[in-house]
Design a binder for this molecule. Structure first.
Ligand code: ADP
Ligand code: MG
Length: 296
């Protein structure tokens, strides 16, 4: 076991020397259906248009649907890589504007159970991929599950999506509380989706910030808001990202502003010397898998 860990570290070190590790941003929420996937896809494409090399990882175990939103049908997923049938390069989907997508993330969960040889190979390929990437966006499932937490723990940054619905705000606080308890140094950005107007977004942000400040002593960063707009479900139906089908819409403009903010602000990047996939493997091994749900 110690041997294996050492060898993995050596591989990672060798691969990552002189390379800026990619920024890893997990996109998550307390409640489902708040717009994580729409946001992740459109943000990824926008960042890519701005010159960033973007890798989008579809890590929603239950409802992996980045591919569906883009009208793409992946033939293979990470599971095939883990079985040794495919290379990472073979399963990557080339999305619009040069973004790359790792489809249907359930295979990621098998990483921890791989034998040493396959694991080493797999990590080498993933590290290779990370070398040519600026930003890795992870679209996760909703809720306080340990699998979501693993991605949050391995990432350097997190974006929480909420809507003005009281249940969505309460659940957003729930996940912020868990993050605060496990990885307090992580900068937490919030996006308020499906708002009537900026005023409503401000009120939601205030409510969430107040409880977070009062009970956790932590500040949240307001990344932005997205208005509720029929353009979004229309685009989903057409399997066309709205930043491409309706680039002048208010929703597309909001995403552009947030992308801009993400790459222009000086964000403390808390990645450390290990590659993202190495850190992910570490937390997969650490976090106890017996009880999927974390009590609130
Ligand atoms: N800003 C918005 N305005 C209107 N509808 C939206 C908006 N954002 C998301 N939706 C709709 O909400 C539904 C859920 O979005 P999705 O991105 O799949 O959420 P999640 O990934 O959080 O489950 C989709 O039908 C989508 O069209
Ligand atoms: Mg989703």
């Amino acid at each position: 076991m110690a041997d294996q860990a050492e060898r993995l570290r050596a591989i990672v070190k060798e691969n990552m020397t002189n390379v800026n590790p990619a920024r890893v941003i997990t996109i998550t929420s307390g409640k489902g259906g708040v717009g994580k996937t729409s946001f992740a896809v459109n943000l990824g494409i926008t960042l890519s248009k701005m010159g960033q090399k973007v890798l989008l990882v579809d890590a929603d175990l239950g409802l992996a649907n980045v591919d569906v939103m883009l009208g793409m049908i992946p033939k293979f997923n990470l599971g095939h890589v883990l079985l040794g049938e495919k290379k990472i390069a073979d399963i990557l989907i080339n999305g619009p504007e040069g973004i790359k997508i790792i489809p249907g993330g359930s295979g990621l969960y098998k990483l921890a159970n791989l034998g040493e040889k396959k694991l080493t190979q797999c990590l080498e390929h993933l590290n290779e991929l990370e070398k040519t990437t600026d930003i890795i966006l992870i679209d996760t499932g909703a809720g306080l599950s340990k699998s979501v937490l693993k991605f949050v723990l391995a990432a350097g940054e997190v974006i929480i999506i909420t809507t003005p619905e009281p249940t969505a705000i309460t659940d957003a606080y729930g996940i912020i509380k868990v993050i605060a308890g496990t990885k307090r140094e992580l900068p937490i950005r919030v996006v308020v989706n499906m708002v009537k107007n900026e005023k409503e977004a401000g009120e939601v942000m205030e409510r969430l910030s107040a409880v977070t400040q009062r009970f956790l002593g932590m500040d949240l960063v307001r990344l932005g808001f997205i208005p509720s707009d029929t353009v979004v479900p229309k685009a989903v139906k057409q399997q066309q990202p709205f930043v491409l089908s309706h680039p002048r819409s208010a929703v597309a403009q909001s995403v552009m502003e947030m992308a801009n903010q993400l790459i222009s602000g000086d964000v403390p990047i808390t990645t450390g010397p290990l590659s993202f996939f190495e850190r992910l493997l570490g937390v997969f091994k650490q976090v106890d898998q017996t009880n999927e749900n974390i009590p609130k």
